[in-house]
Write a protein that binds this ligand. Structure first.
Ligand code: DC
Length: 215
């Protein structure tokens, strides 16, 4: 069974997807981790992120494994799971995620994984593009001010000088980018159930989702 959760950055997709997967006994699969894994690989190779050579692209092999607790990401047999949240990975992942060959590779990796497992997959194009025929598709929306508040509370621990307005402007810019990118833009997938998480806790979102899932 495949359950997808699409939605804008900061809407809480990953948190909710993990909770929902745990509740259902499914595996949580975060598609962003694959883009992050490949980005970490390129950085480890000191590759020029803005001009990835075709020959390097051809040699990339990405795979993922679930160790019973976490989703592990391997690129060319090397484990990059510990580097997925590195600052330079976060900064460069949008550039890498715009490369069509990389997207094809990652789409295939997700589909292969879902063939053998019951999964809750979250990302920006999981229900709209990668799994248009998923059993259940959710679109998790959230007001931009609330997303900025949530991000600000996380960010200020790492970066005490950051302001709420700066975080909000970054989110607005990110939304623009995601909605207007030529490949796999962020959209509400056909037939998706829209849930607005602005005033809900992750647990309340999961409760709402469960109402739509008949196992
Ligand atoms: O959701 P995230 O921040 O972990 O995603 C990491 C990067 O991958 C981010 O730049 C957006 C991109 N991404 C994407 O293009 N498509 C997806 N389905 C998931 C993530």
């Amino acid at each position: 069974m495949i359950i997808t959760i699409d939605g804008p950055a900061g809407s809480g997709k990953s948190t909710v997807a993990k909770l929902l997967a745990d509740k259902l006994g499914f595996i949580h699969f975060n598609s962003g981790s694959l883009f992050r894994g490949i980005t970490a690989y390129f950085l480890s190779q000191s590759a020029n992120i803005n001009h990835i050579d075709e020959e390097i692209l051809k040699k990339i092999r990405i795979s993922t494994r679930y160790d019973g607790k976490n989703q592990l990401i391997f690129v060319n047999s090397q484990n990059f799971s510990k580097h997925l949240r590195d600052e330079d990975v976060t900064k460069n992942a949008p550039i890498i995620s715009a490369i069509p060959e990389i997207r094809k590779m990652i789409d295939a990796c997700q589909r292969k994984f879902a063939e053998k497992n019951n999964v809750v997959i979250d990302g920006r194009d999981t229900g709209s593009h990668v799994f248009p025929d998923a059993d259940i598709k959710f679109y998790l929306d959230c007001d931009v001010n609330e997303r900025a508040n949530r991000r600000f509370n996380e960010e200020k621990i790492k970066n005490p000088n950051i302001s709420l307005d700066e975080v909000k402007q970054l989110i607005i810019k990110r939304d623009e980018f995601d909605k207007n990118k030529p490949i796999s833009p962020l959209i509400v997938p056909d037939g998706a159930i829209i849930i607005d998480s602005s005033t809900l806790t992750p647990e309340q979102v999961v409760e709402k989702m469960i109402e739509h899932i008949n196992l």
